[in-house]
Design a protein around this ligand. Sequence first.
Ligand SMILES: Nc1ncnc2c1ncn2[C@@H]1O[C@H](COP(=O)(O)OP(=O)(O)O)[C@@H](O)[C@H]1O
Ligand SMILES: [Mg+2]
Length: 376
Amino acid sequence: MSCDLMNNFTRLGKIGEGTYGVVYKAKQKDKDRVVALKKIRLDTEAEGVPSTAIREISLLRELDHPNIVQLLDVIHSQNKLHLVFEYLDKDLKQFMDNYGKVLPMNLVKSYTSQLLKGIEFCHSHRVLHRDLKPQNLLLDVNGSIKLADFGLARTFTIPIRMYTHEVITLWYRAPEILLGTKMYSTAVDIWSIGCIVAEMIMHKAIFPGDSEIDQLYKIFRVMGTPDQSMWFGIDKLPDYNGAFPQWKTQNLLQHILKIRENSINKKLKDDSSQVKQTLLKELKEKAFTEQLIQLCDLLKYMLKYDPKERDSARKLLKNCFFDNMKYINPDKNFLIALGHNPDKRNDDTGYETRSVEKSSENKDEKENQLGPAGDN
Ligand SMILES: Nc1ncnc2c1ncn2[C@@H]1O[C@H](COP(=O)(O)OP(=O)(O)O)[C@@H](O)[C@H]1O
Ligand SMILES: [Mg+2]
């Protein structure tokens, strides 16, 4: 292929830079569509594209699912490799920062269900993601969330041995990896999703460690220092230490409630509007508490110490927490946080579910968009 192929793209700006290279927002001229263009940095010495990259790409191409970012094209010209992805508005990290307050329960529920559907699909295709974190989850205005950045993903055959240790960003890293296991399983992704879900509901990372040992201790302080009764065989893991400080298991519900309340108070310190009061009041409402109890039960299955006991995505999706999924409309703050400019309706509770589209003719249709992505 020639580099003429790249003339087909107009760069509209840099949207990310990370492990593998730069990501641009770009216009694909012939197809008249906006895409995300990921330039893969290749070793200068290496001749052509490494076979591992090729393998990973073909793997991504097979993963066709509404909750997995779509790879539209692969452009391999000279020594450069460009991956063309569908463009999404923001990643979850950017969104949570922009949104600036705790997310509504309905949204958390919808995102949780979609994340599990996406990862269930990966796992059923024998793909581990291994680097799930808010920066690698992409959102659109229709309420979809999609898994992205499969740079570290690998196909696996059970059991999975000897992957390099440095794979998952610390905060979302499963305890078995922190304790030096050589056997990675699908459970590492479930742990990460558990951490992400907790962060969405608390507006703060649940285990924000700054070193491997601090990461373990952050986990232990909340989930209790694990022992044989919680995790059979833990003493066999390479980095297990019988002299770890002992912490008791906290009540997860109380912990989450407390941090959510702190986040509401802290983040909305100068807020004189109703938002803060509404959010604080909600914490005491029965309907909310019931949902939170269910969410915490689900989290306990995702954050089980023993990877063998951690539930699979398929099983988690059957949890009653997902029984009554409500479809909600994107509100003004949601759209703004995604970088859109809604009309001037004055809705800042973050909870009203009304259409902010200029035309309200297709309201029914809109109402079905934000929320669970149907029966994926
Ligand atoms: N398809 C996309 N649409 C919109 N933004 C994207 C897209 N892909 C990536 N990004 C942005 O670029 C960042 C880096 O991309 P990513 O694929 O995670 O690569 P890296 O390996 O550099 O982490 C993401 O965190 C996200 O903010
Ligand atoms: Mg990334």
